[in-house]
Design a protein around this ligand. Structure first.
Ligand SMILES: [Zn+2]
Length: 365
């Protein structure tokens, strides 16, 4: 009964690009089958996350590519990693390479962004144990009903609540309330947890043995959903990081790189707990290793228009069904998949091409 609301936004039935999978098992098998003998394989998260490592003993540079920290977004990340594996088969003299397939396998299997504890793992890399927030959402019951409906009535009041919130708080504040993690209520949206989740701890423990105090890591964390359909965004924490990546990426004439500097955008500047943000300190905390340098960025592909409202509608519905209206969520899973991995040939091809392009330019490190 909810679905007519969304049918405007996603309705494509084109043929899947063969690198794109529609189930976790399919993605996993494709990834494993592509790992030739030259790759070292490590499994974490009950063997559902594969860390593939290609070592170059003559280099201190590491190129790290992670996908699927937001579960369902990992299908696009997986397709890009398959392309990377195909390309690397014929390449020599690369830096050390580490590909992490499915950082959040629970979310990827269940077509959710969160893990089994309802935690957004990309808000969970908190430093100095600062798992605190003072979210406006829990101070204003209208906002709370908009973002975290707990009854059918609240659920269907969506258009009025949205209009009210946009008029009173404006679009930027509304976006900020959703993208900034909250550390107060587990069953509510954008929950960042109260401690580091097992997926985060296991990740650092597993990768640490490969690094030492001379290691220089450059990292791409792959996401989808934010931004306009088919647009690519490169998100970094500060201007220095932007400069670092800008000099490595060669833009073709007329190609505009959409950099987002998190600390300078009102929607993002209060965000904490991002994987990239906490990387170096958590590697030291859980892996007990200090490295020479670290640079990280998020590569994000926009999947919908309308200011992300369709994404928000689906995330809101997913959380509502999980905690307030349990039942058959097969249709929701399909909607979530398509919302974050549009099944159109143009989207799929573009992600594979641009995903490989960024990665390949960093191979010159
Ligand atoms: Zn994401």
């Amino acid at each position: 009964m909810f679905w007519f609301l969304f049918s405007y936004f996603t309705n494509t039935n084109e043929e899947q690009n063969p690198l794109f999978s529609t189930s976790f098992d399919e993605a996993n098998v494709k990834f494993e089958n592509r790992l030739s003998d030259k790759w070292i394989q490590i499994k974490i998260n009950n063997d559902d996350t594969t860390i593939a490592v290609l070592k170059n003993p003559n280099s201190n540079h590491w190129l790290l590519h992670t996908s699927g920290i937001h579960g369902v977004e990992g299908y696009t990340g997986s397709a890009i990693q398959l392309r990377i594996l195909d390309e690397l088969e014929n390449k020599d003299n690369c830096p050390n390479i580490m590909l992490v397939h499915a950082m959040n396998p629970y979310g990827m299997k269940n077509m959710q962004r969160v893990n089994a504890n309802n935690v957004d793992l990309n808000r969970n890399s908190i430093l100095n144990n600062d798992f605190t927030s003072d979210s406006l959402v829990f101070k204003n019951s209208w906002l709370n009903s908009l973002i975290n409906p707990s009854s059918i009535i609240e659920f269907y009041l969506f258009p009025f609540l949205l209009l009210y919130s946009l008029i009173v708080y404006g679009l930027k504040t509304c976006v900020q309330l959703i993208v900034t993690g909250q550390y107060q209520k587990q069953t509510a949206m954008s929950y960042g947890g109260v401690e580091h989740e097992p997926e985060i701890k296991e990740f650092y423990k597993a990768i640490a043995p490969f690094f030492n105090n001379q290691s220089r890591i450059t990292h791409i964390d792959l996401h989808t959903g934010f931004g306009k359909y088919m647009n690519e965004y490169l998100m970094v924490d500060n201007r220095k990081e932007k400069n670092y990546f800008e000099q490595l990426f060669k833009s073709a004439a007329g190609e505009n790189n959409n950099y987002y500097i998190n600390s300078e955008f009102p929607e993002y500047k209060h965000m904490k707990g991002g994987l990239i943000n906490g990387f170096q300190q958590l590697l030291e905390l859980y892996g007990n290793v200090q490295i020479e340098s670290y640079h990280g960025m998020v590569q994000e592909f926009g999947t919908v228009n309308f200011s992300g409202i369709p994404i928000f509608i689906n995330m809101r519905l997913a959380n509502f069904i999980k905690y307030h209206k349990p039942g058959d969520d097969k249709h929701l899973k399909k909607k979530m998949y398509e919302c974050f991995n549009p099944p159109s040939a143009e989207y799929q091809n573009q992600c594979i091409v641009k995903g490989w392009k960024r990665f390949s330019e960093l191979l010159l490190l």
